[in-house]
Design a protein around this ligand. Structure first.
Ligand code: CA
Length: 335
């Protein structure tokens, strides 16, 4: 960073250059009614031995997604320094206030951390967290793994993902890391709204970036936790930080070729999903019906798929509002 850049209000209690295992906090001052000189303490672990690549591992970017935090609190507890070459920085719950509240966004400022990048050192609590990752943690990293799931309102087919990037060498490195993760599915992912995302911040700093969507509905399942647990170790092995060989299963590859992959609700009502996640769908097939609830005798509104593919995500709660994402269609890449 340049000499003119303002300092961050975040103070780490760990030394990123020290060998060994450290468990500490990113301390972010938060003055409030119940704690005049209080702070938000975001748990962080650093496991380092010698020189080598740095992996930055994060969960809880959205506070109601649980595979990442489960896998990363466990990894932080069990990883020893003699197992690693280089450095592993683990933040199991990035948007810690949201994680503690069990909500997607922060209860303090309603900040969606994954739309707050690059953040501001003099902004809201969520913007201050984003700024610290942007200017202090991301620059340390060689490879970045950020765990997501669908949260309370979406449910996903379990996949690891990368984005199409202008720098094809970087894109290939991301692709290789997604393959190493070894989720049942792997996705070349399209974003509705990439501005302000941590993904975009990491990619624009030239990092190898892997994200996931491992399930959702505001919970974690045994099967999706197992995918997270295996995937994080595979990524560390792939990066050369853990010894051994990648224990990956083979993923089925999916693409999101256009914005037609997203189906949005046009009305409110009771949602009937007409097929389950992982099922094939053809162009014109009805994916969901929205049943009006204001009166009896009204026909449901039908939403069809615009392409041949597979249902990879769906709205999770039983009621929808206009503009909600009802379903996402992916297209399998065969051969
Ligand atoms: Ca998410």
């Amino acid at each position: 960073m340049s000499a003119a850049a303002p300092p961050s209000p975040v103070t780490p209690s760990v030394d990123f250059e020290r060998d060994g295992v450290q468990h500490g906090f990113l301390r972010l001052p938060h003055s409030r009614d119940d704690s005049a000189w209080g702070s938000v303490l975001i748990p962080i672990s650093v496991v380092k031995r010698g020189t080598g690549p740095t992996a930055l591992l994060t969960g809880g970017n959205h506070g109601d997604e649980y595979e990442g935090p489960i896998a990363l609190f466990e990894l932080a507890r069990t990883l020893s320094a003699d197992q690693v070459t280089g450095r592993v920085i683990i933040v199991p719950a990035m948007n810690y206030p949201a994680f503690r509240a069990g909500t997607r966004t922060s209860p303090i400022d309603k900040g969606n951390l994954n739309r707050a990048f690059p953040g501001r050192p003099d902004g809201t609590i969520t913007e201050k967290v984003a700024d610290y990752f942007q200017r202090f943690l991301l620059p340390l990293a060689t490879i970045v793994l950020d765990f997501h799931s669908g949260g309370r309102t979406l449910d996903f087919l379990p996949y690891a993902a990368f984005h199409a990037l202008a720098d094809k060498r970087q894109e290939t490195a991301c692709f290789d890391a997604v393959r190493a993760f070894g989720a049942p599915f792997a996705m070349r992912m399209r974003e509705i709204d990439a501005v302000g995302m941590y993904d975009t911040a990491a990619e624009s700093q030239g990092k190898i970036f892997v994200t996931t969507e491992l399930g959702g509905g505001g919970t974690a399942r045994a099967s999706t936790i197992a995918i997270a647990r295996r995937g994080v170790r595979n990524v560390l092995t792939h990066a050369g930080i853990l010894a051994g060989t990648v224990a990956a299963g083979s993923s089925r590859w999916l693409d999101m070729p256009s914005d037609d992959c997203f189906i949005f609700a046009g009305d409110d009502g009771l949602v009937e999903t007409c097929l389950d996640i992982g099922e094939d769908v053809s162009s014109g097939q009805i994916v969901a019906r929205i049943h009006p609830v204001g009166r009896t005798g009204s026909a449901p509104i039908e939403h069809a798929s615009a392409l041949d593919g597979m249902l990879v995500a769906r709205h999770f709660p039983g009621l929808v509002k206009p503009g909600d994402c009802l379903a996402v269609i992916g297209v399998e890449q065969k051969g």
